[in-house]
Design a protein around this ligand. Structure first.
Ligand SMILES: NC(=O)c1ccc[n+]([C@@H]2O[C@H](COP(=O)([O-])OP(=O)(O)OC[C@H]3O[C@@H](n4cnc5c(N)ncnc54)[C@H](O)[C@@H]3O)[C@@H](O)[C@H]2O)c1
Length: 347
């Protein structure tokens, strides 16, 4: 199978590219190489004959047509997106252009390519989305695939809009689509503006560890390599037209999560005095900060037999070790625009 992955130079896309090549798929990685991209993320497979890279922007319909015509993939997995909630608060326009209009371009290009190829039933357009489209939960319950959409940030609203477009192209034009909505990912190659790398890297630099609000916000954490495995499972075995919620059933408040990271760092690279937890600092909350996300993964577990393989304890330990071992990777990204500064406070 030849798979076109969009956003394959980003955090999750690169995990998909590495895993798919390892499993013997031909992979074309289409990426615009925005601030969030890093081709080092796919260096381990870049020289493999199964791998090709296309520098293209999904806001450019002609560029997508050219990539499809050149490579003639059997399936598309669409991950390219603006992904940082804080950046969506400061500059929502880029999120509408890439996440909404870009997804529209991908759908139209895919429809035209699929139609010209004789509408093969085996074709797949897999749209990768987030649990944030469902909004914010109270202290109990979990998102199912039937939970009504209730996005509350420009990022989640743009992803919700893209999900609606994908379903509409499936219903209206018969394009064989499948969707997945996943909880928060973590792991190697996580861009240094997101919570877990920020905490690890600030700790190593002896800087304050910023926690938004009172740290009570709960997220459901999934190791990125488990997400990549789930995505290939949905792509290959998910039912056309259906969506699958993906999660690790690993709820942690942000404060608990940061304390765990501090304990791992205390064991691996002790400070001269005290614990890294002494650096924890509470800062002004993000406007509209969702209180809790949790995923009910019964459908993907029951229908497709998928389960995560990495516990959150093991995943966090592996992640901290990866950042300790890969200083060149993260140092090169710390100079990128906006990294290391507080974003997303606008009201
Ligand atoms: N990170 C998470 O926890 C999480 C959870 C659930 C779902 N998702 C979804 O998974 C996908 C990937 O997320 P991520 O965290 O890897 O994001 P990321 O920001 O690390 O990577 C996004 C990639 O898309 C590329 N890109 C951005 N705009 C583009 C454009 N106009 N044309 C082509 N390429 C473009 C970037 O260059 C980058 O390589 C996104 O669709 C996101 O909404 C993320």
């Amino acid at each position: 199978m030849k798979l076109l992955v969009t956003g394959g130079a980003g955090f999750i896309g690169s995990a998909v590219v590495r895993l798919a090549v390892e499993r013997g798929l031909d992979v074309v990685n289409l990426d615009a190489l925005t601030y969030a991209a890093c081709l080092d993320n796919v260096a381990s497979v870049a020289d493999r004959p199964e791998y090709a890279f296309e520098h293209a922007d999904i806001r450019d319909r002609a560029a997508i047509d050219r990539v499809l015509e050149t490579h003639r993939p059997d399936a598309i997995m669409h991950l390219a997106a603006e992904s940082h909630v804080d950046r969506s608060i400061d500059g929502p326009g880029a999120f509408i252009e890439t996440n909404v209009t870009g997804t529209y371009n991908m759908l139209e290009a895919a429809r035209s390519y699929w139609t010209a190829s004789g509408r093969p039933e085996t074709f797949r357009f897999h749209h990768v989305s987030t649990d944030e489209v469902f909004g914010s939960l109270g202290p109990t319950g979990a998102f199912t695939e039937d939970t009504p959409y209730d996005p509350r940030s420009p990022y989640s609203a743009s992803k919700a809009a893209s999900d609606h477009l994908v379903r509409a192209w499936g219903e209206t034009y018969g394009l064989p689509i499948v969707l997945s909505n996943c909880s928060n990912n973590y792991g190697p190659f996580h861009f240094p503006e997101k919570l877990i790398p920020v905490i690890i890297l600030n700790a190593l630099a002896g800087k304050p560890l910023p926690i938004y609000g009172d740290g009570s916000h709960v997220r459901d954490w999934l190791f990125v390599e488990d997400h990549a495995d789930a995505l290939l499972c949905v792509l290959e075995r998910g039912r056309t037209g259906r969506s699958y919620n993906i999660g690790g059933e690993n709820e942690r408040s942000n404060l608990e999560l940061v304390r765990t990271l501090c304990e791992i760092l205390d064991a691996k690279r002790p400070r001269a005095e005290g614990s890294y937890a002494d650096l924890i600092t509470f800062v002004t909350d993000r406007p509209g900060h969702d209180a809790r996300y949790a995923i009910d993964p019964s459908r993907i577990a029951g229908e497709l037999g998928w389960r995560p393989s990495v516990t959150v304890e093991e995943g966090l330990e592996r992640t901290v070790q990866w950042y300790l071992d890969n200083e060149d990777w993260w140092r090169a990204l710390q100079g990128r625009e906006g990294v290391g500064t507080r974003l997303g406070q606008a009201r």
